[in-house]
Write a protein that binds this ligand. Sequence first.
Ligand code: AMP
Length: 561
Amino acid sequence: MTTEFNQLSLDPELVQVVAELEYVNPTKVQAQVIPLMLEGRDVIAQSETGSGKTAAFALPMLQNLERGCKPRKVQALVLTPTRELAIQVAEAIARYGRHLQVEVMAVYGGQQYATSKARLKRGMDIIVGTPGRLQDLMRQGILELDGVRTLVLDEADEMLSMGFIEDIENILSQTPVERQTTLFSATISRTVRGLADKYMRDPQSVTIEHKQMTVATTEQRYYLVNEEDKLAALTRLIEVEEMGATLIFTRTRAGSARLANELVQRGVTAEALNGDLAQEARMHVMNRFRSGQLKVLVATDVAARGLDIEDISHVINYDLPNDPEAYVHRIGRTGRAGKDGVAITLVTPRERYVLNRIEGFTKHKIDQAQLPTEAQVYAHREERLVHKLTTWLERDRSKRELEIVNELVAQGQDPLKVAAAALKMARSGENQRPVEKIGEPVLVKRSRERGPRDRSERPAGKGKSARKPTAIRSSRSSITSVEEGMVRLSLERGRVHGVRPGEVVGTIASCANIPGSAIGKIFIEDQHTLLDVQEEYISRVLGHTGAYSFRDQANVAIRRA
Ligand code: AMP
């Protein structure tokens, strides 16, 4: 098959594999990055999940490998912010390299050291890993990087916002200076640029226009609605919109389970995608969703990570995301592969400013739309009923039913009245579902005006400036008081052990696979560290206790304070 991939000077084995994967043409980022990487240039690419960035770096990386080296040395290294992404990228590279007999391995926190050691000893060509674990393996002398020819920083902005800067710099400094370095990032912030300036040689920039990156084929709109009316609003939208597979985002995991339940009670096939589901159970839910048996998946940002589904027609932000980048990530899941998608956001009057921030970030105005009125929902139900009825009439497959009608007419019933009564019966289920009332959106002044997501007081939250101070320690009470929705944990390493806030965020976020922004205030005491973590992530963090390594100390315990 002739495709544009033939024109990229890729080896036949790689052209073959993309053809087998049924990629017809390279995506924009692939068309730009592949030739540059094949020429040996360093590249900074602004692009994100869904843009085809993995193949953009994996194909040239595979082509640039030197074959048959003995002993086998790690020749390519990919750094990723999370364990999920490391696994996903390693799997993708193995897929793209399946005709080349390459050895690829993902390394991440929580893995057995013995397993990594054994596999590394056998020899690896490509390693994909999270910075913390990579450093551990290097310190223990299990992993050597002196043969690295290609290095990729994937989702560099995420890694930096998780506090990995020192680990990244340390890893980079242990690879040969003549290596090729490529950086992928959804946003090119000053810190990302700074990292590139320091470690890359005359990097070529590839920018996938923001609009194309996120929203080219996605219609975006929002509905202003009171917090207590959100469920009713969502139900109306689901009834009236022509929706295919729909992904709904909630803020908390408990919220996703609750919402899925409410939707099921309203006759919608919905399920919550829980990040803790065993792989098999997750696959089962995903397969039902893919096959259309399940219309709606409800998920948090964390649970939706690594979700790889092409045909999502609607993304609904039931709760607003934490930050504009998360919004871009969320809605990037619809409108893929040139298909139309719809992104709907429910916004409460108090959250309007968040919407402004999103619009500023995406440089795209999100239109306000009006919820369907009660009358419109009822009218829509009738339209659907008539449509269904017409379909049945066209099919002409109601032989026995026609006999019954004839019998009734023979008994003296009016045929029109028979038809009306039958319709009434058909609608009985629907009548049990009255359209819920929705109030006018009003701005209610509450004592806690600030939402629980406000990071202005959270030094360890996402973003560079928010991270600097170690702790707010103006009084003892600030140490004992915990914000609503946060749980205070204690980590058994402190100032005397050289613990830094960035390290706390980076290590915990990557090992427990939670967003760095889920970690709030951090108080580094002499012998231990107190930290606030959003309630929904507590079981994950505690579930990994013993897996955390700080400095040279492995198995560091974390418990409730
Ligand atoms: P990524 O941005 O690397 O996470 O890729 C997103 C999805 O696009 C993955 O499911 C890839 O398999 C798919 N993909 C990557 N490149 C292409 C291509 N050229 N044509 C079609 N699909 C692609």
